[in-house]
Unconditional design. Sequence first.
Length: 562
Amino acid sequence: MVPQFDEEKQTKKLEELRRGEEEDLARLLSEKYDVAYADLTLLPIDMDALRIVKEEEARARDVAVFNVQDKKNISVAVLSPQNPKALEFIEDLKKRGYIPHIFMVSRQSLAKIWDRYKDLSFSFETKSGSLDISNEEIVTFLKEVKSLKDVQKLIEETLSMKKAYRVSRIVEIILAGAIATGSSDIHIEPEEDYVRLRYRLDGVLTDVTKFDSETFKLILSRIKLLSGLKLNVKDSAQDGRLSIKVGEDDIEIRTSMLPGAYSESIVLRVLNPKSIAVPLEELGIHPRLLAELEKALKKPNGMILTTGPTGSGKTTTLYAFLRKIHNPEIKIITIENPIEYHLPGIVQTQTNEEKGYTFLEGLRSSLRQDPDVIMVGEIRDSETAEIAINAALTGHLVFSTLHTNNAAGSFPRLIDLGVNSKVITSAITVSLAQRLLRKLCQFCKKEIPLEGTDKDIIEKVISHISDKTYLEGVTTETVWKTDGCEKCNFSGYKGRIGIYEAILTDENIETVVNQNPSEREIRKAAEPQHLLTMAQDGVLKILNGTTSLTELSRVIDLDSEK
């Protein structure tokens, strides 16, 4: 019988002998230099330890950190304890407050650690359930992402990597991409054959990319884990949260899972403090209305109501009010659900319906805290409305919101909630309504003639502006349009601005409110105030090149204008 030579088996045996010899040499050298020895091919690698030194530096110095104990005691692998670069690295670690314990290792042990860097994601989950993204990595990533195409490219590149690595990385790219592009929401929606990723940019959902269902299942589990949700619950809705630390900013992510036809749909709301830190003067409020609001903010009591549908920017406006009046001499308390943004120097309390801590209970408790200013996130019921009105009558400045379509709707709504009509006008100083419009991209917009139906619509709206001083310097000959560019992700729009209308409480309003009026009657009584309606405010922003008629028509019904 002719003996068979197994080349693969012999090669494997030679490699094992070579590895054994290399480990024996490292063990002998460790005894010579009186340094501990470790065979890292047999030991697990602490992924958090890798974050202490960058891969490039570790390879350049022939070192690696492979274990961390109690944050300061760390295990450091070196190829040679006499290497000047390694010695310099150890001294640097000591200066950073670490206590390094040196281990002599073979080159194959170092190679094993260095190889694990490719599995090191940008982030790690902390005990508090937050997702901390390292400053250096996120800054680098944010520099890379200039558009949705960049996010798409990074996700597609990651999809080709190993599953164990790509899942956490894709989640981080999705989150960091939303932060980089200024998205307010992330939608991950499973279809029959694929999963769609969309960002809500400037209030409009925009497609980013698609990926496979298998990857989605892993992403779903990862997001549930980070958000503190139950992995095994798939047939009922779940809500959770996680937070991302980018530099000094804590960005909260609200997660929502909803069972669907093909799997659970995921929506992540990005609460970035920077997105709400808009000064009152930059919200887009017309100077004449802004002057009236500033008068109301200087009063020691009264109520300013902000109205509009979900997503119309009410919270941003309320926070702008708070920042405008905030000073060490007054106490401000807010009752919110949820607390979306934390403001220093202000007492913020969050309601919890399940535990019986409602807006009503929060408002009652707040009044016992001797506040000067109270912000009630939303007036939902008659008792909350009544107490908020009474607070405004008894020496407190109160801010709140109502879900009505326009400024005039606040008064009938409060009457419907059972508030005495005779005290409504004594308490309310200003009823404000608002919407958000996308702004034309400043990089690709161009001036075009205004003609045809568009001109008829715009001229009809401005013909009802009673105070013609609003129209000084305004021309209806031209408007602006955009074709889209890379700066605006080819949407033609970049950023948002508010359109506003307001009704001030005066003698005319007081008289009509006592007669249980309709919205139309209140608007008619407010005409002598000569304040713009939202439609008129929007048209003026069209004519000065801020937005477009298409965008204004998307947000409000121009046919309802007189």
